[in-house]
Each structure stands twice: as structure tokens, then as C-alpha cells.
Design a protein around this ligand. Sequence first.
Ligand SMILES: *Cc1c(COP(=O)(O)O)cnc(C)c1O
Length: 348
Amino acid sequence: MIMNVIDLRSDTVTWPTDEMRAAMAAAPVGDDVYGDDPTVRELEAYAASISGKEAALFVPSGTFGNQLALFTHCPRGSEVILDEHCHIIQHEGGASAVLAAVQLRPVDCGLGHLEAAALERRIRLGDDIHEPKTSLICLENAHSNGTVLPLAEMEAIRRVADRHHLPIHLDGARLFNAATALGVQAREITQYADSVMFCLSKGLCAPVGSILAGSCKFIDQARRNRKLMGGGLRQAGILAAAGLIALKEMRLRLDADHENAKLLAARLAEIPGMMVEIEKVQINMVYFSHEKQASIDEEAFIEYMKDHGILMNGSDASGKFRFVTHYWITRDHVASIAQAIKDFYTGD
Ligand SMILES: *Cc1c(COP(=O)(O)O)cnc(C)c1O
């Protein structure tokens, strides 16, 4: 294993821990399409209990789980209301048009905060034959831009949904980062949603897999649809064994990643020429830009960092860079990242 690299591109890059690798090798398995895999069953039962839902289903990825939720909740040609920056719109390859065959109706909003009144104005349930009917509202918490939705905002949207008898799906890829940041149990967040997807393979270090949770009736239908989508996995207990450690242990240590993100933001902010969104750090993400952005060659900057053993992505559409902390980023790494950028600026 190559461990001497500091990979800040995402928390998806996390390697499984040695404990996970040992549990995977030893996991009792069976054919999960027959319902025979005891490790998958254990993972699904545990995942349901911590998310406060009746049932849960192991799925290959977060994208798979979100799209399976849309496919299961929504009739073809109906409309899903969500925020314009959410992962389902921005980063899932247009899958909702292909798989669920739904229309996505974005609400413009700042930083992932969906305003309940703006959302309610988009709902269409009348008899006008010109209009698609709203079938679902999607929320994202934590948002992939690092924002955490407060419980009061989710509750306000739940009230709107109830008024119109609409279900809510929560994209909780980083649900446990949100719970950690809010200082609540995950089920206090998921209580406002009918279904929730969360990833085992991001900051929780499992190599593969996500969970979709909801009512028994919903998960029964989702299990059928998962098979249709080619997601019926056989001896998946090998993967679920790592997922169990992700949920039982790794979920409880995310505050260390959040602390490191805050520390990294503070160290970077001390460097003259860096603009760091220090007050916006809520989970494991730090956004920054160069004060003299125009005079800095972005490719040269990324190459320089790579030469110093630090991997990062290019800037986003608004010119900002994102660093993501995770299990394999230590406090010592934080110091070397800050030093490398300081040296870059001073031309050392
Ligand atoms: C990563 C992510 C997903 C998708 O997960 P994959 O396993 O990469 O498909 C969905 N939603 C959000 C908010 C994410 O950050």
C-alpha cells in the first residue's frame, strides 16, 4: 500500500483500514440475491436501526442509491424538486432522465439552503394536463459543498411536504458528518425524510457500498428495482463486513476529520496571499482561493503540490479549490500542507 501520499481530492479516496481488510477476509457469506448472506443482513439491520427506518438495502454506490430512490418513489414523467447545486442534478450523469424517467425541477438557492416557501411555489399537483405532477422532494445533508442544513430548515420543508402529501428523499452521502457537525443522532436528521441514502465508502473508509433506507414497503419495492438495475449482488458479505465497521466505529470518529479541517483552514489563513473560507468550515471541507488568482498558473500549482506528495483537484467554476480531510489525513499532514503552500508562494 502506498501510504506516503496526502490525498486531499475527496474522502472517497480513503483506503479500507487493516481491521476492515481482516473482517472482509473472515466474513461469513451467502448468495444475497437469495437473501442468504448473513453479513449483508446484519449490515442492513444495523443500518436501518441507526437511521431510524424500518428497513435498509445495501447498494453498490451513492449514485445507485439515489437513483434507485427516485426510480422507486416516482412515476415516469413526474417532477422532482431539488436544489440546483445538488449531487443528483450536478454529478449523476443525467441518470434520472434515463432510469426513473423523471423531470428534475431545480430551485435556485445559496449554498444548498433550500427555502421552504420557494420550494412550495414549485409544487404542481393540479389537473392542468400541460403540467407534470410533482412526485418527490430531495434534500442533501451534509451538502457536497460542505454546508450542513439545520434541523429547523428540514422541519420546515417536511411541513410543506406533508401539506401536499409528498415524500422526501434525503441524499445523506455524508449523513454522519452532518450528524457530527450538528451534535445529534443521525435519526434526528432522517426523521424528516421518507427515504435516505448514505455512503459507506466516503469518510467511513469502506471500499465499496452505500445504504438506502426507508419503510418496509418502500425497501421491498427498492429490492425488486435494485435487481432490475443490475444491483443484485451475490457474496456481498465481503463488502458488507467493511460496511459494518464503517457504521459501528468509523462513524463515531468523524469529529477528528472536522477538527483537522478547521486546523487546516486556520493554518492556510495565516499565509499571506491565501483567501480561506474559514468561517464556512462545518464538516471535513476547506475552500480557498489565491488572492492573486490571475497571476498564478493553476496547473503549475497543482503540479508543485503533487511533487510534494499532495494530491488536489483543480478549481471549481467559481475559481475555488477544495481540500477534503479524512481518516488518512493526520495533524502532521496539516502542517506539511500549509508549509508546502507557504513555500510555493515564497518560491522556495
Ligand atoms: C458522493 C456523493 C454521492 C454519490 O456517491 P457515489 O458512491 O460516488 O456514487 C451522492 N450524493 C452526494 C452528496 C455525494 O457527495
